[in-house]
Design a protein around this ligand. Sequence first.
Ligand SMILES: [Zn+2]
Length: 242
Amino acid sequence: MDTPSPAALFALWERARRLDAVERSRAALRTLGLAEPDLGQLTVGQADTLLMDLRARAFGASIAAVAGCPACGEQVDVEFDLRDVWTPPSGDLGTSASIAEDDFTVQVRPACLDDLSRLACLSSDEDRAVALLRCCVLEARKAGELVAVEEIPPEFVVLLDRALAELDPQADVQLSLGCPTCGRAWLVPFDIAAFFWDDLDAWVRRTARDVGTLAAQFGWAEADILAMGADRRALYLELTRP
Ligand SMILES: [Zn+2]
C-alpha cells in the first residue's frame, strides 16, 4: 500500500473538503489505491483499520486530544498510539452471524461503506438506526416465518448489535478515560475518520503557509516545494526568517 505524497494529500483535501464524512473517508481510501466496487464493500471496521494505517503513514501513529469530563467538565488529555486500539483480524471472524432466541432467528452482516453512503441523507439518528439495521439484517424469522425488520423487538436488537460488534470489532473503538480531578471513568467512541480529516486539514493549512512563504521568497513552484522532503522545506524556511 502506497504512502500518499504531499501533493496527493493536498489533492485529497481539495477534492474532499465539501463532501460529507462518509464520502471523505472513501476519497481518503482511494489514495491508498482502493477502488469501486471493492471500496464500497469494505465493512466500517475494515475501512477504519485502513484509515488508521493511512493516518499513521501520513501523520504518525500517536494521537493527542482532549475530552471533557462528563461529571466535572475538566479537560482531560487523551494520548495513545493507534496500534493500541487496532484489533488484529481474527481468523474466527465471519461475514455473517445467525442469532436465535425465543421465536426469533435473525441473520446479520456488518455494515459496509455503501450502506453508510445510502444512509447519509437521513437526518434523524432514529431513522438512521432503523435503516442501518435494515441493511445489516439478511433475514429475520419469527417461528419460522419471514418477518420485517420493524417486527424485531428492541431487546433482540441489542443482541444483534452485540453480534455485529463481534463480527466487525474495529467499527466501534471505545476509549476508556478517567478524570484525574473527580475520579469519574467513562467511555468515548474514537472516530478515526474525523481525526484523520482534522489532521489533514491542519497539515494542509500549515503546509500552504510554508509553501506560500517559500514561493514568495525564492520564486519556486508549488509542485516543486511540495515535492521536497519535510526536512529540506524546514531548512529553507529557516533561511527566510530574519
Ligand atoms: Zn471530572
